[in-house]
Design a protein around this ligand. Structure first.
Ligand SMILES: [Zn+2]
Length: 404
């Protein structure tokens, strides 16, 4: 039996991105993955996620008091070149855990500065998402009404294999995950066909055939809802003693906050619905990538329509948001499940508009508990109920009930 607490691929990608894909060993900074080396024909990688405290008993700096989850967590990982991985693996006396952690911290801080200042090429380019499992830094080579052409650089989530899998499986994917998003543009598009991947002297080029921009509605036509109190997040009475309501532009902040405060995996009924803030926060907290990833996720909710099974209509969750112009985290971490952010939008019928939001963020432990509850009760989810009925040959019945 394997008793090593290895890192997941996701953790390895994240620790590499946090280190700017450079060796974190003091004084090395060797670039471990180059754009051309990430080409599908020859994937070479001279970097690895090394364990600060060993993955199994007998390894260097093994710490029996740690839990398996702590040993496999990103906090116990350090991105180094293969030479330095060997060096620190041999010598726990010269390189105790504290010294390695200090090196990691110093290197990540340097990278954070480089990302913020845009001083390091490759780190300063925009982020792109292609479907739900791929996020990379990339250059937009050209953007036209029907085509986006991109040059891929480094991967934060997924890798070149994940792109090839996505292309191969594209026709089997639900429409909700056929998209490309750009942080720089603050906008995204639905993909009409599997993206084309070519490999030239310039690196990996992705050609995306895209749908026209999604339909948005004027903020004035948002409708109305019962008002939620900004602090208690609960209904309250207006001055006449009735339940307070908000509509139109006044409803906009509440609408946006509600969408951004639903984390994916948290809704019992719609497991794929919601933001990925909690997930990104876990892997990228304390790094400047976090801000960019969160923005990209808001772009998704502003530009990719989702089918509403109850009404049968397709619309973007943020309804009247045309573009996400800016996103800023106002605190490094959530306090009492609240993450304060400032977002600048372009709103249909309004133009530039910005606001501060206090976004609900469950802790990792709360998310895990929620996930377990949902996994234990498949009947709780409408999406699973439809799948279940389809498997039993009652797909039409389910479709009639859930998709009027
Ligand atoms: Zn090195």
């Amino acid at each position: 039996m394997n008793n090593r607490d290895d890192f997941s691929d996701k953790t390895k990608r994240a620790v590499a991105a946090r280190a700017g894909w450079q060796c974190s060993f003091q004084g090395c900074s060797k670039l471990t993955v180059g754009p051309s080396e990430e080409a599908p024909s020859a994937i070479t990688n001279i970097g690895e996620a090394a364990h600060i405290c060993a993955a199994s008993p007998g390894g260097r700096r093994y710490e029996p008091a740690m839990t398996p989850a702590e040993r496999a967590s990103i906090d116990n990982a350090m991105w180094v070149c293969t030479d330095h991985a060997k060096l620190i693996d041999r010598d726990a006396v010269t390189y105790p855990a504290d010294r390695l952690r200090a090196m990691k911290r110093a290197h990540e801080e340097r990278c954070a500065r480089a990302v913020r200042l845009g001083s390091s090429s490759g780190l300063s380019t925009g982020l792109l998402a292609i479907g739900p499992d791929i996020v990379c830094t990339a250059d937009l080579i050209s953007v036209s009404a029907g085509t986006w052409t991109l040059r891929l650089e480094h991967f934060l989530i997924g890798d070149m294999h994940a792109i090839m899998d996505y292309i191969d499986g594209f026709q089997r994917q639900p429409p909700e995950v056929r998209y490309v998003l750009s942080n720089e543009l603050g906008d995204g598009r639905v993909l009409l066909a599997p993206p084309g991947l070519t490999n030239g002297p310039e690196g990996a080029i992705l050609l995306c055939e895209v749908a026209p921009s999604a339909d948005r509605i004027d903020a004035q036509r948002l409708g109305s809802d019962m008002a939620l109190h900004p602090e208690t997040n609960d209904f309250y009475l207006d001055e006449k003693g009735g339940i307070a309501r908000v509509s139109g532009l006044a409803y906009l902040p509440q609408k946006i906050r509600t969408v951004l405060s639903t984390q994916r995996g948290e809704s019992v009924f719609w497991p794929t619905l919601g933001m990925r803030f909690s997930e990104y926060y876990e892997a990228f907290r304390g790094s400047p990538w976090l801000n960019l990833l969160l923005k990209l996720d808001v772009v998704r909710q502003a530009s990719v329509p989702r089918r509403d099974s109850l009404t049968g209509t397709r619309q973007t969750p943020l309804r009247c948001v045309k573009r996400v112009r800016g996103f800023e985290l106002l605190a490094a971490e959530p306090q009492a499940n609240k993450l304060p952010v400032r977002i600048e939008f372009e709103i249909q019928g309004v133009g530039a508009w910005q606001n501060e939001f206090s976004i609900y963020m469950p802790t990792a432990a709360e998310m895990a508990e929620r996930g377990k509850m949902i996994a234990d009760a498949p009947w709780l989810s409408v999406e699973r109920a439809i799948d279940y009925c389809a498997q039993k040959g009652n797909g039409d019945f389910a479709a009639n009930i859930f998709k009027p």
